[in-house]
Design a protein around this ligand. Structure first.
Ligand SMILES: Nc1ncnc2c1ncn2[C@@H]1O[C@H](COP(=O)(O)OP(=O)(O)O)[C@@H](O)[C@H]1O
Ligand SMILES: Cc1cn([C@H]2C[C@H](O)[C@@H](COP(=O)(O)O)O2)c(=O)[nH]c1=O
Ligand SMILES: [Zn+2]
Length: 191
């Protein structure tokens, strides 16, 4: 039977909240498992929303993951048998996550990273833009705008039901109580 040799590359799955990034990450990782690939999945410790240990989508799909607070920890937690590395919420990692992803791909590992491309202001979020530049494959996916039903590319942060202020802190873990998916036209940031 034909078995391809390991060939490393970086796959990025990006888009706003609720666009299906985690679902797609989980789908690819579960298929890699079916192919008997050795996988290790990471998430940032700050993301304790649905679970501390698992990657969990808004629709309830999940896969076991290792929470870490520093990208270099990945080296301690993989071994020579690791063939696929999954990373969720990549926007929350330090900038070194890009070098780690490149290094793993150079070593023949398939790296699949999912995360927000933009913060609630509609501005590039953390290390995601750099990761896109070095990725072989980028899937930018959309949610459904909660206002008009068109494809949503932005994450609307709401504070007491009102659009958040531009000067709010960038990181605020949350889901439906604080965020909606919106299109460019319906996205509002108070300045
Ligand atoms: N506005 C929306 N647009 C699309 N899907 C939504 C929306 N609100 C909730 N969902 C749900 O979110 C799921 C995607 O969740 P998830 O993979 O966790 O997204 P992401 O990781 O991009 O935030 C969809 O399959 C759907 O069930
Ligand atoms: C837009 C935006 C989001 N966040 C947080 C909110 C959630 O905890 C995650 C995104 O999760 P998802 O899997 O993509 O739904 O990020 C934030 O901290 N700051 C922001 O600007
Ligand atoms: Zn809209």
């Amino acid at each position: 039977m034909y078995r391809p040799v390991n060939h490393g590359y970086i796959e990025a799955i990006i888009g706003p909240m609720y666009s299906g990034k985690s679902e797609e990450l989980i789908r690819r990782l579960k298929r890699a498992k079916i192919a008997k690939q050795n996988i290790v999945v990471f998430k940032p410790t700050v993301d304790n929303r649905y679970s501390k240990e698992d990657v969990v989508s808004h629709s309830g799909d999940s896969i076991e993951a290792i929470p870490i607070n520093k990208s270099s920890r990945i080296y301690d937690l993989i071994d020579e048998k690791t063939q696929v590395v999954g990373i969720d919420e990549v926007q929350f990692f330090d900038e070194k996550i890009v070098d780690v992803a490149v290094d793993l791909a150079d070593k023949g590992i398939r790296v699949i990273a999912a995360g927000l491309d933009m913060d609630f202001r509609g501005e590039p979020f953390g290390p995601t833009p750099k990761l896109l530049a070095v990725a072989e494959f980028v899937d930018k996916i959309q949610a459904i705008c909660s206002v008009c039903g068109h494809p949503a590319t932005r994450s609307q942060r709401l504070v007491d039901g009102e659009p958040a202020n531009y000067n709010d802190s960038t990181i605020k873990v949350g889901a439906v109580e604080s965020y909606e998916a919106r299109c460019r036209k319906c996205h509002v940031v108070k300045k």
